[in-house]
Design a protein around this ligand. Sequence first.
Ligand code: HEM
Length: 473
Amino acid sequence: YRKLKKNGFGGPTPSFPLGNIREMKNSMKNNIINNNDSSSLSVASSAVSHDIHSTVFPYFARWQKSHGKVFIYWLGTEPFLYIADPEFLKEMSSGVLGKSWGKPNVFKHDREPMFGNGLVMVEGDDWAMASLMVEPATKMLDRWTTLINSGKPEIDVEREITTTAGEIIARTSFGLSYQNGSKVFEKLRAMQITLFNSNRYVGVPFSKLMCPKKNLEAKKLGKEIDQLLLSIIDARKKSWDYESPQKDLLGLLMEGKQVDGRAGKSLTARELVDECKTFFFGGHETTALALTWTLLLLATHPNWQNQLRDEIKEVIGDGEIDFAKLSGLKKMGWVMNEVLRLYSPAPNAQRQAREDIKVDDLVIPNGTNIWIDVVGMHHDPAIWGDDVFEFRPERFKDDHLYGGCKHKMGFLPFGFGGRMCVGRNLTTMEYKVVLTLMLTRFSFSISPSYSHSPSILLSLRPRHGLPLIVQPL
Ligand code: HEM
């Protein structure tokens, strides 16, 4: 603490052993109480505010006011360097070689049951993957038709899309049937809720002992998931078709094709399980949330709904989707970027200094965790201008990468540098396939029962789901 202070970093005063956790929890609690007071009222389309930073991170918004956009806060006895200043981020990363930082160790224990140690990625066969997406999405839309025909046009699209995205990733990653896929999916979801919904005391000494039940439960779920995946891998090994192995992630990994640049490396069953888990978790919820928030924004901006429908007609036509044409859906790309800006499913990026890092005259000491507030930067009028809280996809028209942001490090939905998201191309494809299918069959408007309450459960999600009124076209 003294060293960081001497090095010139300010921030809220921590106490032992919780650091600033109590303040963070209290500030969240007050926020939820305030939100619940106002959210009993339904939200009119025009009243959906995109100024969400102080709702989802009330403590960061408050600390920013007194300590600026770069400061230190503490989770237990772990220091975190908070950054919402893209220029600082740029200077910090420009001087850093890959090995000078990694992902925070302090989260490792927390996330291990969920991700394992999997991090590599194969280069998939894009078209084969895209075709695997159509069937689950079509099944979802058929279900919507049945619901509408039975007089229930109000559908919680968040729940529906999350299930479908889970199914899609289960198929694209390990060729799972719906049944097996949904088993893994349910268990992963249960684990996520166990790990992230209950009280978290990351960084607090002996915190494992504070929530023994939660930890046991997560471990048990982790083992069950591993068992399920191991049995799937085992079955695949037994029925391996040497002539034409299945073109999903598991098939590619088992073939030892191109893995993280290390061609031909064969992975152990344990490594395969971890890869699949990483892919499965990283791959379904973020994409589902991108689609979910998109439907909210399109429901509140019918003009954009129509523009996208026109574009689909022009580029794809009325028949089946020709995947080679997806890149022609330019406006859809702008909409996706604008949604990722306003409602970034991954609300932050994290690093940990592995050696001292110098930024101008400041030194970030070895071991310091780094927390980059992506939501904070995406909602900062200083770098986006006065229309920062408006849904304006056209800002990506002339600057499709940065949306006219005044700083190249100000738009980071997929992170940055060498640890950037490896699934961003796959996501874009899934987004375009599913949204095309949805928009060609239905129109969407906001349900009177929707209450706007974005919140963080590892990802940025609508706390009460997203009920929309869905009408066939
Ligand atoms: C809208 C969808 C998605 C968003 C917003 C998103 C966002 C992110 C972010 C912010 C990171 C951290 C980057 C950093 O620390 O600099 C990340 C990493 C990662 N993502 Fe995604 N992601 C999405 C979809 C996917 C998909 C579909 C997959 C897999 C198929 C995936 C797999 C991964 C993996 C494996 C990493 C870890 C990379 C590493 O640490 O080296 N993501 N993603």
